[in-house]
Design a protein around this ligand. Structure first.
Ligand code: NDP
Length: 411
């Protein structure tokens, strides 16, 4: 068996959840107050006797976290922002639900015995809590893409070491997993991720230069949190997904591709050695891939719109335009470079998106700032950290460099 085949099998053949013995299943959600967290709780709330909610975490939104914890009878609720601890305690007074706050409490929430955890904290902030759940051996539904982009090699090594089931939640990677399980791995020639093209698919660079955050946040197909919605508008999201796919399925740059598909119905295409192309389709609603990860290896009901191809009439595809959307080109270059380039790309992108949303820089400056940060970081390909803290040090350094460059791009 060659190493590629062996490595590729990690997310596809790890320990199965024995659904016959584990109902109600113990569920934790890291990032419960966000778009993915709420969609997960929507599914769980429709069948409450099948689940027991252990931990729910939020970043800053104490009111919503407390509401969700009470509604779903959670054992504990943790808010990342330590300054909001008293607010959470007050909101949960008399409910019997434990309250926690800060980094250590977040790790404790991820460590509590559970059968399945949804990792849906946005950004590199999700890395340590998600790794904590993986190390516990908890089956991990991975929505957070920054974990793999920033620390993919370390993350996948931890998954293998803990023999944890890792279930990608991104619709494209969920689609890939669903198709790949039906195919001999050595017969895969190419994996193609589809991109909606975002709200600016038909826009010129001149139009994008003056695009406001509200316009970039107005995604045509998907309802998502602000960071991933902006990433979809720049196409950085598709770049991050290429890096994710590289780590999840052990595919190299020449085996990974992107196709723009404005309807967001086909989520992934798998090209095989006999000329077949397999695709997975569904209406664009994250509850479908979340349901796949929640029920895996079984299937469950999800209250999503059913696909009516006759009503749709046509599905269209086009090559992405990397000149108008340079973020995708940058991510492809980072994929080829390897080493710590992904860590720097991700850190600079988080700073750039934050600055765009705060109206400090324009839309085109997002990719500009990321490129300038990468250009100012020599020898990234050679930098191969072995520990999470080393990744976080590179991440912190890249953030500080990106911040120092902000002035050059300020509006
Ligand atoms: P949201 O912004 O909607 O939610 C993010 C969650 O993370 C919230 O619960 C938020 O808490 C919490 N959070 C924010 N900052 C911190 C922090 N520093 N420490 C701990 N928790 C924090 O994001 P989404 O749900 O859209 O996305 C979550 C992840 O999933 C992202 O990595 C995204 O790229 C990925 N993803 C999302 C998809 C989608 O359809 N939404 C699709 C595919 C992937 P609070 O709100 O209380 O501050």
């Amino acid at each position: 068996m060659n190493t590629r085949t062996k490595h590729r099998s990690v997310p596809l053949s790890s320990v199965e959840i024995d659904t016959s013995k584990s109902y109600p299943r113990r569920i934790s959600i890291l990032g419960a107050t966000g778009s993915i967290g709420e969609s997960t709780l929507d599914l769980i709330g429709r069948d409450p006797s099948s689940y027991r909610v252990v931990s729910l975490t939020g970043g800053h939104n104490v009111t919503r976290l407390a509401e969700l914890a009470v509604r779903h009878h959670a054992e504990c609720a943790v808010i990342a922002d330590a300054a909001r601890y008293q607010g959470l305690r007050d909101a949960l007074a008399g409910t019997g639900i434990e309250a926690g706050a800060g980094d250590e409490a977040l790790l404790d929430a991820a460590s509590r015995p559970a059968d399945w955890v949804m990792a849906a904290i946005v950004g590199a902030a999700g890395l340590k809590p998600t790794l904590q759940a993986v190390r516990q051996g908890t089956a991990t539904a991975l929505a957070n893409k920054e974990c793999l982009v920033s620390a993919g090699a370390i993350f996948m090594a931890e998954v293998a070491r803990a023999n944890t089931t890792l279930l990608p939640v991104d619709s494209e990677h969920s689609a890939a997993l669903q198709i790949m399980t039906a195919v001999p791995k050595e017969r895969i020639e190419r994996l193609c991720l589809t991109a909606s093209g975002g709200p600016f698919r038909g826009w010129s660079r001149e139009q994008m230069a003056v695009a406001a955050p509200e316009q970039a946040l107005n995604h045509p197909n998907w309802s998502m949190g602000p960071k991933v919605t902006i990433d979809s508008a720049t196409l950085m999201n598709k770049g991050l997904e290429l890096l994710e796919a590289h780590h999840l399925f052990s595919l190299g740059p020449s085996e990974l591709d992107v196709l723009t598909h404005p309807q967001s119905i086909v989520h992934c295409l798998l090209y095989l050695s006999d000329g077949s192309v397999l695709a997975q389709m569904s209406c664009p609603d994250m509850r479908t891939p979340i349901a796949y990860s929640l029920a895996w290896p079984d299937r469950m009901y999800a209250p999503t719109e059913r696909l009516d191809l006759a009503a749709l009439g046509a599905l269209t595809f086009e090559a992405p335009d990397m000149e108008r959307f340079p973020a995708l080109r940058l991510a492809k270059e980072v994929l080829s470079a390897g080493g710590s380039a992904g860590t720097v790309l991700n850190a600079a992108n988080e700073i750039a998106v934050e600055a765009f949303l705060a109206r400090r820089i324009g839309f085109l400056a997002i990719a500009g700032l990321v490129e300038a940060t990468l250009d100012g970081s020599p020898d990234l390909a050679m930098l191969k950290p072995q520990k999470v803290d080393e990744v976080l040090a590179i991440d912190a350094d890249a953030r500080s460099r990106a911040r120092s460059l902000l002035g050059r791009f300020a509006d």
